[in-house]
Each structure stands twice: as C-alpha cells, then as structure tokens.
Design a protein around this ligand. Structure first.
Ligand code: ATP
Length: 334
C-alpha cells in the first residue's frame, strides 16, 4: 500500500526543487502518495495564514513530509518554518554534510553530520526593548531539551557507526546556559562508551573545520551555533544547493534542504535540486524504502560524477529541468 507523504513546496525556489525531487522519487516506482499543501509567505494571502492548520495536521498524521524553504513575513511574525517545528515539536535538526563526486571543493573526504537543537537556545523569540537604544534577547537552556538532543545525537552516531561526537559550546563565557548544555551532554555520553566525546569552543571548531574538516564526525550544538556551523559545513562541500536536512521529533520527521528561498534564483529554473533530492533520499530511508533510496542516491551521484549536466552554482550551465531529466533517465535505465 502506498505510504502517504505530505509535500509542502513553500516559497521562492521551493516549488521548483520540490517538483524535481518528486519526479525523481516517482521515477523509482516507490509506493508514495503525495498529499500536497500550500504553505508559506507566497500563499498566505490566498490561504489566510502562512501555515494553515490543515497542513500541520496532515504532517502530524502522515508522520513524514518533504518541505521546501519558506520565507518570513515582515513585522516580526514567527516564520512558518519555525512555527511548523514548534507545533510538531521537531526538536532536532540534522544536516549531513558530505563531499559529492564531481563537485569541486577544497576537500575531498568531508563526511560530517551536524545536529542542533531547534526548540530553545537563542531562537526562542524572547526579545524586548529595555529602553530606547537598548534591546535584550533571552537565551533559554533546559536540561530536558539538552538531554533529549544529546541522546538523539549520540543514538544517531551509534546507528551510523560513527566514532566521535564534538560538542560546540561557549561554556567559559555563558557559564549557566552553555554550562548546563555541556553538563547534560557529558551525562548522556556516559551511556555511549564506544563514542569519543570531544568538547570544543564553537569558534575554535569553526577554525578547525576550515583547516581540516576530515578530522571531525558528528557535531552537536545548540540552536544558533549549530545553524552557523552547518552553513560553514555546506560551504566546504559545494554550497547551499547540495546539503539536505531533516527536522525530527517523536514520531514525525520533516525533510527540508539547508538552503532558503534564494529569491535571486526563484522562477528562473536554474536552482540546484541536489539538496532537495538528497532530502528525498533521507525521506525514503526514513520510510524504510531502502531500494528506492539507493536507486535515487546512486542516480544523483552518477549524474554529478559524470559532470556533463550541472547547474550554475556548481560550475555548469544546466537548468533545474535538464538536471532532473538526467537523474530520471539514469533511474529509468537502472
Ligand atoms: P532565505 O532568506 O529564505 O534564507 P536567502 O537567499 O537569504 O534566503 P539561501 O536561500 O539559503 O538564503 O541562499 C543563499 C544563496 O545561495 C542564494 O541567494 C543562492 O544564490 C544560493 N542558493 C541557495 N540555494 C540554492 C540552490 N538550491 N541552487 C543554487 N543556488 C542556491
């Protein structure tokens, strides 16, 4: 029986790269039934909301979604991407950063997984103006969220046969918040004796990643540090257009690329659908559809390796459609 998966194309280049990923998934012949919902800034006027309840409920019910990037309304309203994570309690963001064949970069063997919290830290939206000329934001760290995230990261490292978890922090300065986070990570690490825990200042880690990313493995951080580190990681392997992501909670996972709406490319048909296709690979693995996942992954990597068809962001001239045609052709020939 076909598994239901919610499709949220989103804003900007979202609909273009989602259509490409959907075509590639369908070409594998896997039994996926897409349930399409409009959400995001561009559909807000039509829908009366950037994130309609129907869409959230559908994701909750299906337990899995493929989501394009969504923008944010001016005026401080919570961005729909953040709201979706909150409403579904998708507390962990995973960003696998992997060197890809045919994508020329400074390093060849990068294989990192960034895991960050998305439920608290600096992104709580707790900001206020104290007096004119002075504003304040509140960073929140709880032991419950920190333990939950650390358990998630260590379990992921164990399930993928990885060896090391590096926790990024600033506990020397932020003694209470980052200090508590670090304490929780140390506590959880004791239950995973086969994994090496490395503690590192977030700034030192940035420097090390740029100098030699191959010495790291799983990188665990709170919200803001984690987001910045993952973007740094994306820069090491070819940019925003090639890194996928998963936002995971209990019983629900939403797969979305690291990149945003890329307004400079929207509607031009030249966005790189690699990140979104790699999201689809993660989605298929999550659904237990290993054959379809490997078919899509192998086809994508072989098109990238051949290098004849590539989008402008990775040095080519192909359109999104031409790249997708090439991937679909390889799947069909397999
Ligand atoms: P947002 O505000 O939604 O995060 P943004 O433009 O600030 O959008 P990104 O969308 O992540 O941030 O993109 C930054 C730049 O990276 C884009 O302007 C674009 O040039 C490039 N980029 C992002 N995604 C892709 C992609 N899939 N293919 C090609 N280039 C991309």
């Amino acid at each position: 029986m076909a598994r239901e998966v919610v499709l949220l194309p989103g804003d900007g280049i979202g609909p273009e790269v989602c259509a490409a990923a959907r075509r590639a998934v369908d070409a594998t012949g896997v039994g996926v039934r897409w349930v399409l919902f409009e959400a995001g800034v561009e559909s807000a006027a039509r829908q009366g909301s950037t994130l309609p309840d129907d869409a959230v409920n559908a994701v909750r019910q299906a337990g899995a979604a493929l989501k394009g990037p969504m923008g944010a309304l001016a005026g401080g309203a919570t961005p729909p991407t953040v709201e979706l994570r909150r409403r579904l309690d998708l507390h962990a963001a995973v960003r696998p950063v992997l060197s890809l064949p045919g994508v020329a970069t400074r390093y060849e063997d990068v294989d990192l997984v960034f895991v960050r919290d998305t439920s608290e830290g600096q992104y709580t939206g707790l900001e206020h103006r104290v007096t004119p000329g002075m504003a304040q934001s509140i960073k929140v760290t709880t032991d419950l969220a920190s333990m939950r995230l650390a358990r998630f990261a260590f379990s992921l490292a164990r399930s993928q046969g990885r060896r090391r978890v590096t926790v990024a922090h600033k506990a020397a300065l932020l003694k209470l918040t980052d200090g508590l986070f670090l304490e929780c990570v140390r506590h959880v690490a004791r239950s995973f004796p086969e994994l090496l825990l490395e503690e590192m200042d977030a700034d030192t880690l940035c420097l090390q990643l740029v100098r030699d990313p191959t010495r790291h493995d799983v990188i665990l951080a709170q919200n803001l540090h984690g987001r910045m580190l993952a973007h740094l990681g994306a820069g090491l392997v070819g940019g925003a257009g090639v890194v996928p992501g998963a936002n995971v909670g209990d019983g629900c996972a939403v797969f979305e690329p690291l990149h945003g709406t890329a307004p400079d490319l929207a509607g031009r048909g030249v966005a790189n659908p690699t990140a979104m296709m790699r999201c689809a690979v993660l989605l298929l693995r999550h659904l237990g559809e290993r054959d379809a996942a490997e078919k899509l992954d192998t086809a994508l990597l072989s098109v990238l390796r051949a290098g004849r068809v590539r989008t402008p962001d990775v040095g080519g001239h192909a359109t999104t459609q031409e790249f997708t045609d090439a991937v679909v052709a390889v799947i069909g020939a397999g």
